[in-house]
Design a protein around this ligand. Structure first.
Ligand SMILES: Cc1ncc(COP(=O)(O)O)c(C=O)c1O
Length: 384
């Protein structure tokens, strides 16, 4: 009998995981590696959140919860929208999820059918493309460059026929760029008017270095907002996030979530609830990123990385290295092997132009960033 995996599983790897594996090999042979490859804060969950988790483990059963999460967390999230954006969605529209990754799966399943065309930009976070492909959707990739801050515009969406969905992220990964508020509103209105489901990944909200990011929840009753405790709240491993759903999708997402997940993780919900009150610590982390960003944007151009995306937010700098190489994977691999600095090649984010781009993640400590910049500068000087 011959067995083989289902065709739908034949999606691209998430290559940054391979870089992490190569970095682990370097460390196993005794090298000291600086990790600028992975989009994961070096800090743990905020202190208040950790204390809440410890107390809950000792005093609560922590079983299944309601499918959309514990009421206290959903209510506190509604308040969070009031505090950050001046609008509170009804609690019924808030669904707590297993990270934003769980949110994408539910949102895409509830919104799109097999064969539906869904638009996203190159470059963008690879899992949108890969999850949509596994679900049998047709991914329509729109190249975006410096002219539009590597983002989509309403006019670009208007030029593409027969769309069921559009995925945006602001600030984005890998470019770290923000869609200006007027453009965000125009995108939301265009999608709503054309009956296109807009999915807005707002996972990097809170991490903008000049001003604040705006939520599409303010502009569209039909959009799905996806967010997470992984980045601003520094809680990647707790696998906890949330969605703000449009009214019409609530029953569908409820049914899917009941069957797929039963409920989001209990201990993570208690931890997340406390994290929402840990603004001071989250802001301290943001200050570190802001300093690191400044150091990177000062030093990288001096080394010859002279085509960088604007890096408005998140914790990434994305750069074109076509003046040096057409093989960003080999470039990154040598940088890791020879200088002990792990970065991501652009291929994950842009299957066409990613051979010529790299992404630096700067959510580690300031001394580590300084050391990484020094190592990169020395390594590049040795290349000539
Ligand atoms: C843009 C973007 N969205 C979603 C995710 C996944 O995050 P989560 O930990 O919430 O599943 C990431 C992770 O790096 C990301 O960069």
């Amino acid at each position: 009998m011959q067995f083989s995996p289902a065709k739908r599983s034949d999606i691209s790897q998430f290559r940054v995981m391979n870089v992490m594996a190569q970095a682990a090999e370097c460390e196993a042979r005794g090298d000291h590696v600086l990790h600028l490859e992975v989009g994961q804060p070096a800090t743990g969950a905020p202190r208040l959140a950790r204390e809440a988790a410890k107390a809950a483990i000792d005093s609560e059963v922590l079983g299944y919860t309601l499918v959309f999460g514990i009421p206290e967390l959903r209510e506190r999230l509604a308040q969070h929208y009031q505090d950050w954006y001046g609008m509170a969605p009804p609690v019924e529209r808030i669904a707590v999820t297993t990270g934003s990754s769980g949110g994408f799966l539910l949102a895409f399943l509830a919104s799109f059918s097999v064969g539906d065309r869904v638009l996203l930009t190159d470059p963008s976070y690879p899992c949108y493309r890969n999850i949509l492909s596994a679900l049998g959707c047709e991914v329509v990739r729109l190249p975006a460059g410096p002219e539009t801050r590597y983002q989509m515009t309403a006019a670009m969406i208007d030029a593409v026929p027969n769309l069921a969905g559009v995925v945006i992220a602001s600030p984005s990964n890998p470019a770290g760029t923000v869609i200006p508020p007027d453009e965000l509103k125009a995108i939301a209105e265009t999608c709503h008017a054309r009956g296109i489901r807009l999915i807005s990944d707002e996972i990097y909200h809170g991490l903008v270095f000049d001003g604040r990011a705006d939520t599409v929840a303010r502009y569209s009753p039909s959009a799905v907002v996806i967010n997470s405790f992984s980045k601003y709240f520094s809680m990647t491993g707790w696998r906890i996030g949330w969605m703000v759903l449009p009214e019409d999708l609530i029953p569908a997402v409820q049914r899917l979530a009941q069957n797929f997940f039963i409920s989001p993780p209990g201990v993570s919900q208690v931890t997340a609830l406390a994290a929402l009150d840990a603004a001071e610590e989250c802001e301290e982390n943001r200050e570190v990123y802001a300093t690191n960003r400044r150091l990177m944007l000062d030093a990288l151009p001096q080394m010859g990385f002279n085509k960088l995306a604007p890096a408005d937010g998140a914790f990434y700098v994305y750069g074109d290295i076509s003046h040096w190489t057409d093989d960003s994977t080999a470039f990154s691999s040598r940088l890791l092997d020879e200088a002990g600095v792990a970065i991501s090649a652009g291929l994950d984010f842009d299957p066409d132009r990613g051979h010529q781009t790299v992404r630096f993640s700067y959510c580690i400590s300031q001394p580590e960033i300084e050391q990484a910049l020094e190592r990169m500068s020395d390594w590049l000087a040795r290349q000539n």
